[in-house]
Design a protein around this ligand. Structure first.
Ligand code: NAP
Length: 286
């Protein structure tokens, strides 16, 4: 048996079409949804991510403004830039590409972004709203996973959901979103005693570790839904996830890597930018 594919690439393409239509509707109201992207330093991976995000925006008619600061930029310079974008009425979303150089205080920068423009949804106000269950801007990766589960009509309520990983950007918010939909959620991490045993309980297993082959077929309840968030590289430098190849034989549904969660994360950033632009436009026209 081979698992059915949870095709994030196809869903993201459909969502981009809807977003394009929404951009046109906003244009008719005189609003050009705009995302400000801040890149600090010359990390090649960050450069690629930022370029991809800008390209995604362009394809949907969302304007992007990039500000590139040198690797030795000061905290004050970066804060001044964020504050400038906070003030500008023509900027609806602000994204500071992480990680930023170590001499800078990442938390202080994320806390400074106007929560209404916080399209990564890392600001404590947006985190708090998500935990309370009334978040509007939700973190892109877990929100993308939820959209994918919904697309395939995967029931969540009452089901055993196991999330491997407890980072602030993936594991913790993933657990919260599943909980908000009445899943029975267990979060595993590097100190979990018997990972395989816990995973075998899962009707829905989300792996966000970043270690190739950490999830194997013997850890999967037959027919379970497996979402592989990770982006690792194999020995030949190809992108791969946390799941070993044999997981496809045990799971009922599986996200491919690439083509599963990655495209969903990217499209959710566009969705958040539109949501932010709409909300700011509605507030301005009151
Ligand atoms: P992270 O901050 O490094 O978190 C990894 C988590 O895995 C930690 O909570 C860690 O536990 C846990 N872990 C490590 N070893 C483990 C083990 N042996 N058993 C169980 N848990 C273990 O990483 P992240 O930012 O959440 O990202 C996770 C993966 O997702 C990475 O591959 C990343 O590239 C990928 N990612 C993909 C997307 C996408 O769009 N597809 C988006 C974001 C991230 P501790 O907390 O105890 O250390």
């Amino acid at each position: 048996m081979s698992a059915a594919v949870l095709d994030g690439k196809a869903l993201a393409a459909r969502m981009r079409k809807d977003i394009k239509r929404e951009v046109s509707a906003l244009a008719a109201e005189g609003v050009v949804p705009t995302l400000a992207v801040v890149l600090v330093g010359d990390d090649p991976a960050s450069r690629v991510y930022v370029t991809n995000k800008e390209r995604d925006c362009e394809k949907c008619g969302i304007r992007s403004i990039e500000k590139h600061l040198p690797a030795d930029a000061s905290q004050a310079e970066l804060e001044a830039l964020v504050e400038e974008f906070n003030r500008r009425d023509d900027v609806h979303g602000i994204l500071v590409q992480l990680p930023i150089p170590k001499h800078l205080d990442e938390r202080a920068i994320l806390d400074l972004i106007d929560p209404a423009k916080d399209v990564d949804a890392f600001h404590p106000i947006n985190v708090g709203r998500m935990v309370r269950g009334d978040g509007v801007l939700l973190p892109c990766t877990p929100a993308g996973v939820m959209a994918l589960l919904d697309e395939y009509d995967i029931p969540i309520e009452g089901r055993e959901c196991v999330v491997i990983g407890r980072s602030n950007i993936v594991g913790k918010p993933m657990a919260q979103l599943l909980l908000a939909r009445n899943g029975t959620v267990t979060v595993c991490h590097s100190r979990t005693r018997d990972l395989a045993e816990v995973c075998r309980r899962a009707d829905i297993l989300v792996s966000a570790v970043g270690k190739r082959n950490i999830v194997t077929a013997d850890m999967i309840k037959p027919g379970a839904v497996v979402v592989d968030v990770a982006m690792n590289t194999d020995d030949s430098g190809r992108l791969c996830g946390d799941c070993a190849a044999d997981v496809a034989d045990a799971a009922g549904f599986l996200t491919p890597v690439p083509g599963g969660v990655g495209p969903m994360t990217r499209v959710m950033l566009l969705r958040n930018t539109i949501t932010a632009a709409r909300a700011q436009n509605a507030k301005a026209s009151k």
